[in-house]
Structure formats: structure tokens, C-alpha cells
Write a protein that binds this ligand. Structure first.
Ligand SMILES: Nc1ncnc2c1ncn2[C@@H]1O[C@H](COP(=O)(O)OP(=O)(O)O)[C@@H](O)[C@H]1O
Ligand SMILES: [Mg+2]
Length: 380
């Protein structure tokens, strides 16, 4: 793991008047750069050829003929592969980049290299990023257990009949970065469905053996986009989102009769995220959610010092008795925060009395840290 001293050494050489906010061109890069620009920072996106135009063309900062300003991304570095970001670190350091990690960055670069080779100050907690790898022994489930937070219990296949509906979490056989999740309400269904999905090439037997099987929480899904400020030592709720998933969302919009006549190869929905929506939460439930966030932050301070820095998302489902279960934790900016882009979100805006997206909140914390000369508190 890149040490604190190494990062502070890099930071030491930075020109604090010329900090640039950098991010990989994927995930929530638009929210991050929009927010950074709003707070007056230069912005840099490291993109991959083939999906670079969003940043290099459509949202790039430029002047119109009549002198208007359009766009908010100052500079784009286009790589053949995202993973080559490791080779351009010097370029990033030269530009005094504070890098905002997201899930795409970790997945494309590889967690080992993020931990050991990416010598650029990151806003967030480097050591926590690994907790997202579900196959790790010390995954987020481990941390939730330590924090005494509720999560859907793990279930063995033979126990499904007792527990009821479960979700089986494993990667897609062909689309390796996507999900090959499926649900089953009995051991028999689990056996039949998994055989069928293997036959159809959706999942593999190897992945199935390592799959996480857990209780399916029947209820709505809320992703709570929180922010922990090391400067104020406070938790803020910035927004709440939920996701559009294909083909699941298409399936639930079909009448039941039509669902039942689908051919075998269209029978099982997939869970590929392809969009996000905004939501609010019944007010009487908010405090429960703040309590969960407090416990999570406490646990990260204890087990991953200095603890979580900045944005994190608790992904939850709520059952019929209004109990929350955390089924996933993003210890970095959440995948759904583009819903905040430029407009903020009711919770963040009301708190700060102005539009406050996750991207803007990150930039604001960096700006305050620079002014207070406490930058070392917010990077790892
Ligand atoms: N235990 C669960 N009960 C109900 N739905 C779940 C559960 N776990 C996951 N889901 C659903 O599956 C989706 C993806 O799950 P998640 O654990 O976040 O996977 P990933 O790590 O790929 O993001 C969620 O958006 C949610 O709708
Ligand atoms: Mg998730």
C-alpha cells in the first residue's frame, strides 16, 4: 500500500494555487468535473479511446463565436486503455492533480495497482477501496458486521427453502464486468435455474461456486449518497438515488401473462445498470439512515484509519416492516451521483442553501482544505 509519507511527499511538491481535479472518463466523471468547475478548479479527464468524445467534445470547455462559455472540462488525456493511467502518473503530478477515484477507475486499473502503484494524491481512502471486492475476506460485509449494521444474511443453497427468496451474486460469464445475478425461491429452483443459466452461457460453474447467495429483501431500493467531512467531522446526506437496470426494468413493465410466455432465453432478467433516478425518503425514516451512516463512519475510523474521507454510498433495500438492509457499500463517490449534476439534490441543497452535488461537495472540501492548509486530511 502506498504510504501516507509517500503521498505527503508528492503533495509537498504541489503548487496549492494550481490544484487540478482529475478523474477517469467514466462512471460519475461529469458530476465530478461539473462540481469542480463550479468551485473554480481546472478539470482533467483521463479517457479511453472509443468513449472519449463525451469529454473531449460534447462537455469540453469552449468559447462560442459570440463569446459564451460552453462545457466544463478543461483537458482530456485520451489513452488506448484506461489501465495505462499508471503510465501517465508523472503527467498527473505535473498538473498538481488531486484524483477522484470511482468504481471504473478501480475496476479498469486493478485494485493492486491502485493500492501500490498509483502515486497520485486521491481524495478518499485508498485502503477502503478493496472492501468493494466481494470475494475478499475483508469485504464490506466484514466491515458491516464489525459496525453491527444490518445486511442481508448469507444463505447456503440447501437453506433456501427455509429462508425464502434469495439473490445469487456472481459475474456475467461473457460480460465480465457486468452481473450474472439471478433469484431463486427454493433449492429446486436454484438448481434448475443455475443449470439453465450455465447452459445459456450467462454464468459459469466456477463463478457459481464462489457466488454470494443472500436473502432477497423484497422492497424498494434506496442508495444514500453520503459525505463525511474530515474538516467538519460531520456526516452529510447529499442525495438519494436508485437505478435503472436492464433487462430487469423491462421485465417488470410487462403484464404478468406476457412474462410467463417469454421463451427460455429471455426468461431471466439481467441487472446491468444503465441509468439513475432521484428519490427522497419518508422523513421519519431519515434518522435510521443517519444512524447507519454514523456507525459505518465509526467502523472505518477504527479499522481503516484515518477512516472514510468524503463521499460514500450505502446501498439499501427496505422490507415491509421498514427495516433497512445494506446490500452494498461504495466507499467512494457512488455510481448514481450524476443525478446531482449541476442541480444538486434536495438534501444537499437544503443543507448548504445552494446547489450541492456530490462533485461540488468534493471540490468544496478540497478548496476548504487548501485554505485551511489541511490538504493532508483529505487525501491518501
Ligand atoms: N439482498 C438483496 N435484496 C434485494 N435486492 C438486491 C439485494 N442485493 C442486491 N440487490 C439488487 O441488485 C442490484 C445490484 O446489487 P449490488 O450488490 O449493488 O451489486 P454490484 O456490486 O454489482 O453493484 C441492486 O441495485 C439491487 O436492486
Ligand atoms: Mg452496487
Amino acid at each position: 500500500m502506498i504510504s501516507r509519507e509517500q503521498i505527503l511527499e508528492v503533495l509537498e511538491k504541489y503548487d496549492k494555487e494550481k490544484i487540478t481535479i482529475g478523474v477517469i472518463g467514466s462512471h460519475s466523471a461529469l458530476d465530478i468535473t461539473d462540481g469542480a468547475k463550479e468551485e473554480g478548479f481546472p478539470t482533467l479527464v483521463v479517457a479511453q479511446r472509443g468513449r472519449h468524445k463525451t469529454y473531449e467534445k460534447y462537455f469540453k470547455l469552449r468559447k462560442t463565436r459570440d463569446g459564451l462559455v460552453k462545457g466544463f472540462i478543461d483537458e482530456v488525456i485520451v489513452l488506448e486503455k484506461f489501465s495505462q493511467i499508471i503510465d501517465i502518473q508523472e503527467e498527473l503530478r505535473k498538473r498538481n492533480v488531486i484524483f477522484i477515484p470511482n468504481r471504473s477507475f478501480v475496476v479498469y486499473t486493478g485494485i493492486d495497482r491502485v493500492e501500490n502503484e498509483f502515486l497520485v494524491p486521491m481524495f478518499g481512502t485508498r485502503s477502503l477501496l478493496r472492501t468493494e471486492e466481494r470475494s475478499e475476506e475483508k469485504s464490506y460485509y466484514w466491515l458491516l458486521e464489525k459496525a453491527k449494521l444490518p445486511y442481508p444474511e448469507e444463505v447456503k443453497p440447501e437453506e433456501i427453502d427455509e429462508v425464502g427468496l434469495v439473490i445469487v451474486k456472481l459475474p456475467h460469464a461473457k460480460k465480465r464486468l457486468e452481473r450474472g445475478f439471478f433469484t431463486a425461491a427454493s433449492y429446486k429452483e436454484f438448481k434448475e435455474k443455475s443449470e439453465k443459466l450455465i447452459r445459456l452461457g450467462v454464468i459459469t460453474r466456477e463463478d457459481l461456486e464462489k457466488a454470494r447467495i443472500e436473502r432477497y429483501i423484497i422492497g424498494p431500493v434506496f442508495n444514500f449518497d453520503f459525505f463525511y467531512s474530515p474538516i467538519d467531522e460531520e456526516i452529510e446526506l447529499l442525495g438519494i438515488d436508485w437505478r435503472f437496470e436492464t433487462s430487469l426494468d423491462g421485465h417488470v413493465r410487462l403484464p404478468a401473462a406476457q412474462q410467463l410466455t417469454l421463451p427460455e432465453w429471455q426468461f431471466e432478467p439481467e441487472y446491468t445498470v444503465c441509468g439513475h433516478a432521484s428519490s427522497t425518503l419518508r422523513e421519519s425514516l431519515l434518522e435510521k439512515v443517519f444512524d447507519m451512516a454514523e456507525k459505518y463512519v465509526e467502523a472505518t475510523k477504527k479499522y481503516y484509519p484515518p477512516g472514510i474521507i468524503g463521499p460514500f454510498t450505502l446501498q439499501t433495500a427496505v422490507d415491509k416492516d421498514l427495516n433497512f438492509y445494506i446490500y452494498d457499500v461504495a466507499p467512494r463517490t457512488g455510481g448514481g451521483t450524476n443525478i446531482h449534476m449541476a442541480m444538486g439534490h434536495p438534501y444537499g441543497n437544503s443543507l448548504w442553501r445552494k446547489p450541492m452535488s456530490t462533485g461540488r461537495r468534493i471540490a468544496l472540501e478540497i478548496k476548504r482544505a487548501i485554505e485551511l492548509d489541511e490538504l493532508e486530511k483529505v487525501v491518501t
